[in-house]
Design a protein around this ligand. Structure first.
Ligand SMILES: Nc1ncnc2c1ncn2[C@@H]1O[C@H](COP(=O)(O)OP(=O)(O)OP(=O)(O)O)[C@@H](O)[C@H]1O
Ligand SMILES: [Mg+2]
Length: 374
């Protein structure tokens, strides 16, 4: 898929903007704090309705303004195109429209534009809390599987209710509180999350391993391991998963009542990354960790393409600076001729001439973007 045109209105530091990117590599170059990442953020929000930088979406509304709007024309590989728009107000309400028809919910936008982003804060995928890794799985799966998105929404609602009930039971015990009903709902939707995540990570590990071998020129072997909660075997089907889940909940039942919160389930899952068998979080160098994240992102790209039949748009926010010349060149080689890519940087040093001669070059300055030629 391709973004043919993007427009922004009162979004971050853009009072108003209209850009027409090229189908291949787009390089956004500019000094610090000029709006490079802000543009990538807008594209990502049009794909997922969420920012990759903040959990408070209203931050993107230009200061002093009451609403913000981003829109784009997206062309699919079959030649059809759609115009999508997302409007955000201060009350945190988001409105989406597809071809000028407004939709009930902003999530209806999902799937029209698909994007994979790699930004500096994505290193948290390795160094951060398990919640960063779960969020990563959720964002990738939500873009490719509607059942996953529905299970996730239902699971979160049920978990919240069940935790509320557990908390109230901690204060005042009652035998027929309805806890069992919540538990069976929790298991029902939780299994969907667990099995989807397990299959996703299995495929990701394979794809990320390939990318990582390419980027490290065969020197490093990357593997990704899923640590589900409750623990599952690689070939457990829904029935066995249900049994294990129920057993796990039974084991922690007393403690749940004592602590007033749910203690087993996919809200406690985690992922591990290993380079040549050693855990990347502990033993990886900064450049290696960065390459792992990049490999995961490229794998996500391959995964989304395989599942949806459309190549997502790739957003690379300031990734060039931390890679050595070799890895940078291999990355660009891997990307050229593939999907539409947006790369931000503060200067063009380190880009090979053959990339620069074919890329769309855009100068970003104080909330304005201009195309230029070398
Ligand atoms: N809601 C907002 N309203 C107005 N301006 C904003 C808003 N949010 C951020 N900005 C401004 O946007 C600018 C930062 O833009 P951005 O993060 O895109 O920079 P950048 O070009 O990626 O810089 P760097 O090279 O440092 O990453 C800052 O000047 C910031 O003050
Ligand atoms: Mg930036």
């Amino acid at each position: 898929m391709l973004i043919e045109e993007i427009s922004l209105d009162r979004f971050r530091n853009y009072p108003s903007l209209h850009v027409e990117p090229v189908p291949g590599v787009n390089i956004l170059v500019g000094d610090n704090a000029q709006g490079k990442s802000n543009l990538l953020e807008a594209i990502y929000m049009l794909a997922t309705t969420k920012s990759f930088r903040t959990v408070r979406d209203t931050e993107v509304i230009q200061s002093g303004q009451s609403q913000s709007r981003a829109s784009a024309t997206v062309r699919q590989s079959d030649g059809s195109s759609a115009r999508i728009a997302l409007t955000l107000g201060r009350s945190e309400q988001k409105h989406a429209s597809i071809n000028a028809a407004s939709t009930e919910r902003a999530v209806d936008l999902l799937g029209v534009l698909r994007a994979v982003v790699f930004a500096a804060q994505d290193l948290r995928l390795i160094t951060g809390e398990p919640s960063c890794r779960r969020r990563h799985m959720d964002l990738a799966l939500a873009q490719t599987s509607l059942p996953y998105l529905q299970d996730l929404g239902a699971y979160k609602r049920i978990l919240l209710q069940r935790n509320k009930l557990l908390k109230s039971l901690r204060e005042r015990w009652s035998a027929n509180s309805g806890l069992d009903a919540w538990t069976s709902q929790l298991v029902r939707y939780g299994i969907g999350l667990l099995l989807h995540r397990r299959d996703f990570v299995q495929e990701m590990s394979e794809l990320a391993g390939q990318s990582h071998r390419e980027l490290s020129d065969g020197a490093e072997d990357l593997s990704v391991h899923y640590h589900p909660n409750p623990s599952l075997q690689a070939d457990d089907g829904p029935e066995l998963a249900k049994e294990r889940y129920e057993e796990a909940l039974q084991r922690v039942a007393e403690e749940e009542l004592r602590r007033g919160t749910t203690l087993a389930g996919p809200q406690r899952d985690d992922l591990r990354f290993a380079i040549n068998g050693l855990e990347a979080r502990v033993y990886g160098s900064q450049g290696q960790q960065r390459t792992v994240v990049l490999s995961i992102k490229l794998a996500e790209l391959d995964y989304i393409e395989a599942v949806s039949g459309e190549e997502p748009v790739l957003l690379l926010d300031d990734v060039m600076s931390d890679l050595d010349d070799q890895r940078r060149r291999r990355l660009l080689r891997r990307l050229s001729g593939r999907c539409q890519t947006f790369i931000t940087c503060t200067n063009l040093r380190g880009f090979p001439d053959e990339i620069l001669s074919q890329a769309g070059l855009f100068r970003v300055e104080a909330g304005r973007i201009e195309r230029f030629c070398l």
